[in-house]
Design a protein around this ligand. Structure first.
Ligand code: MN3
Length: 193
């Protein structure tokens, strides 16, 4: 069965003025849809993998029994599919603060503000296309880093918690080259902290 995009959990304009409706519409219905379609195209050659959860495929991408070219494409398009699913799900027009996460952030980074500073710096200075991540690493600790392209922390055996898309398509229409301004505004759209 081909995979389909989960519905966006809010309207395109729900995150205005931080993320504008036009960017949201193009990002979800063009960029994200394309990742989904291209992932499905690759998986038609591998019916035994196509029935699996894409997260599980990305977790063991390095050892999947696939042609190397297809594997690289699945890493990009399957990664793009799951990364955007997470991205839409952690944002919302209303704060739904996760107090357990906030407490753990306080313990790990001293304060939410200090965490935001580190994450913002990581996202702002990532060179080129990619994502900034807050993950739980293999030791169970919180960690912040960025990854290029559509790479997923799942492939490092880490669990993604918060992520920010810093591909230009995520902000260019509204913010042009002002990635730091986009990031500062984006914190208002993140619902859990
Ligand atoms: Mn994107």
């Amino acid at each position: 069965m081909p995979h389909i995009l989960p519905p966006l959990p809010y309207s395109f304009d729900a995150l205005e003025p931080y993320l504008d409706a036009k960017t949201m519409e193009i990002h979800y219905s063009k960029h994200h849809q394309t990742y989904c379609d291209k992932m499905n195209d690759i998986l038609t050659k591998y019916p035994e993998l196509a029935i699996e959860n894409p997260e599980d495929l990305i977790k063991r991408i390095d050892v999947l029994p696939m042609d190397e070219k297809d594997k690289k494409a699945l890493k990009n398009f399957g990664g793009g599919f799951i990364n955007h699913n997470l991205y839409w799900s952690i944002m919302g027009p209303k704060k739904e603060v996760d107090n357990v996460l906030v407490q753990e952030i306080n313990e790990t980074f001293k304060s939410v503000d200090e965490f935001k500073k580190i994450f913002t710096q990581t996202a702002a200075t990532h060179f080129g296309s990619g994502w900034a991540w807050l993950v739980r690493n293999e030791k169970g600790d919180l960690e912040v880093y960025s990854l290029p392209n559509q790479d997923s922390p799942l492939s490092k055996n880490h669990t993604p918690i918060i992520t920010l898309d810093v591909w230009e398509h995520a902000y260019y229409l509204k913010y042009q080259n002002r990635r730091p301004e986009f990031i500062e505004n984006w914190w208002n759209a993140l619902k859990m902290i």
